[in-house]
Ligand binder design. Structure first.
Ligand code: COA
Length: 169
């Protein structure tokens, strides 16, 4: 199976924040942003694997900046590392200034998707070859994030999480 670049899965969704999608402070409701991120990440995972994909875990979400009503929000997702059947997807969220058009980073998240066959059984996927410095940085850190996620899910013994332990040595 030929390796793919992050650009082959990169997925960009741009949409407005409407009144029905806001909280009492008139900022984007967190659950709405999670849904938009899940959708973009799912398309990125599908583009990388060309398979049915399911969300296995949400590894990290940071709601750093509130996103006001009427904002133009861009969610950009790309595979940051591929393992055997699972993929880490890194998601950057940008808000566009109405007058200058300049984009400011508002939030980010990391999801794990698994490629499965028609019976829901995990299936092998192509590897990822990072190209830019940022892609290489995200690729390098992905293994310890996978180990942390598996330990928290009770699917890996902490003693086996070698990459994760190395952080504290
Ligand atoms: C995700 C799912 C396919 C994993 O199935 P499983 O029986 O645990 O399969 P495995 O143990 O072989 O794991 C498959 C891969 O997922 C990874 N994985 C499983 N749980 C994970 C977690 N919590 N975090 C990170 N990776 C995880 C495994 O490490 C493995 O990766 P690899 O093949 O790249 O090494 C299964 O749990 C599932 O179908 N869950 C429901 C998914 C769903 O419906 N999502 C929508 C939520 S509404």
């Amino acid at each position: 199976m030929e390796a793919k670049s992050p650009n082959e899965s990169r997925t960009t969704l741009t949409d407005l924040v409407l009144p029905s999608e806001t909280n009492p402070l008139n900022n984007l409701f967190g659950g709405e942003l999670l849904a938009r991120m899940d959708r973009a990440a799912s398309i990125a995972a599908r583009r990388h694997s060309r398979r049915i994909v399911v969300t296995a875990s949400v590894n990290h979400v940071a709601f750093n900046k509130a996103i006001p009503l009427g904002s133009v929000v861009t969610v950009e997702a790309a595979v940051s590392r591929a393992f055997k059947s699972s993929m880490e997807i890194f998601i950057d969220v940008w808000v566009e200034d109405r007058e200058s058009g300049r984009r400011t980073k508002a939030n980010e998240a990391i999801y794990t998707f698994v490629a499965v066959d028609e019976t829901g059984t995990p299936i092998q996927i192509p590897q990822l070859e990072p190209e830019t410095d940022l892609e290489k940085e995200r690729f390098a850190a992905a293994l310890r994030r996978k180990q942390l996620s598996l330990v928290l899910a009770g699917k890996m013994q902490p003693g086996d999480a070698t990459e994760l332990k190395a952080l504290f040595d």
